[in-house]
Design a binder for this molecule. Structure first.
Ligand code: ADP
Length: 274
């Protein structure tokens, strides 16, 4: 009788353990699959421009008695080389944000400086499309984090806003203090009047290499890694990035990051090494 009672008590525990184990295995398998997909994606993305370069260099050699053709092929080689460079740079950036703990080098970072830097980075692309960029509310705000990573994150959002908008539209950047995620945060919202993103794609755009329209993304020098970098930077700083969008109307990407003073005080009250 007692044995039965004990096994009745143990059995549910046992099945829970088995369930946990199965869940663990499934998670491990999922991580492994994501890693394999990533390697496959990187190989594919690298092979495309390298293959094009190799074909184009052959074409240049064959066309050596036609200077106009040589110039045309050389121009295309330059585009492919630029694409390759930006892909490698983004891969390095992604691996940096995934491997370095940003809070080891954290400092108060002025929001107006981050915004000015992001706008500067896109000035040329915006200029050729006559896109107006305007920023507001950034004065006297400071976020707590890794300057380089924060600049990369905001830069990617502003770059996307410009890339996925038609000519003669407006990109707005607005910052303010909010209470979110249980603390004092700084919110930076980047709003465009661009092509927008469908409900279905909204869930996936933060994945590495996911693009709604790969041809369009490549044409503007996109790698499909930008938003994955933004999401990682936001999370590792204790913040978040969210998106609101209406197809054909535009999008707003909102980056929330801990405010400088607050995060520092908290860290002093609860030092990590205790
Ligand atoms: P990419 O290098 O292709 O821009 P991202 O990771 O930055 O890669 O973005 C992933 C995809 O999300 C883009 O290819 C594009 O389809 C979509 N996207 C990102 N930002 C915007 C935006 N502001 N408006 C419309 N679509 C966007």
């Amino acid at each position: 009788g007692e044995a039965l009672a004990v096994s009745a008590r143990v059995a549910p525990l046992g099945s829970r353990l088995v369930l946990l184990l199965v869940e663990d295995l499934t998670e491990a398998r999922r991580i492994e699959a994501v890693r394999r997909d990533f390697v496959a994606n990187v190989s594919h993305e690298l092979k495309t421009p390298v293959g094009a370069l190799s074909l184009l260099s052959e074409a240049v050699m064959d066309a050596s008695d036609d200077p106009e053709a040589v110039e045309r092929f050389a121009g295309r080689m330059q585009i492919e080389a630029t694409r390759l460079t930006s892909l490698v740079q983004e891969l390095i950036d992604l691996s940096r944000v995934q491997n370095d703990d940003p809070l080891e080098d954290a400092e108060p970072v002025r929001v107006d400086e981050l915004v000015a830097e992001a706008i500067d980075r896109c000035r040329h692309a915006a200029g050729t499309k006559q896109i107006t960029m305007a920023a507001g509310g950034t004065a006297d705000l400071h976020v707590w984090g890794h300057r380089g990573q924060l600049a990369a994150a905001l830069g990617n959002l502003v770059e996307n806003a410009v890339n996925y908008s038609p000519a003669r539209t407006r990109v707005g950047i607005a910052a303010r203090r909010v209470v979110a995620l249980g603390g004092d945060m700084i919110e930076v919202a980047v709003t465009d009047q661009g092509i927008g993103i469908s409900e279905k794609d909204k869930e996936r755009i933060f994945e590495r290499f996911y693009r709604v329209d790969p041809a369009r993304s490549r044409a503007t020098g996109g790698t499909g890694l930008g938003l994955a970098i933004v999401k990682h930077v936001a999370a590792s700083h204790g913040g978040e990035v969210t998106v609101w969008s209406s197809e054909g109307q535009g999008s707003t990407f909102t980056l929330r990051l801990p405010e400088a003073g607050v995060a520092r005080d908290r860290a002093q009250q609860h030092p990590a090494h205790e």
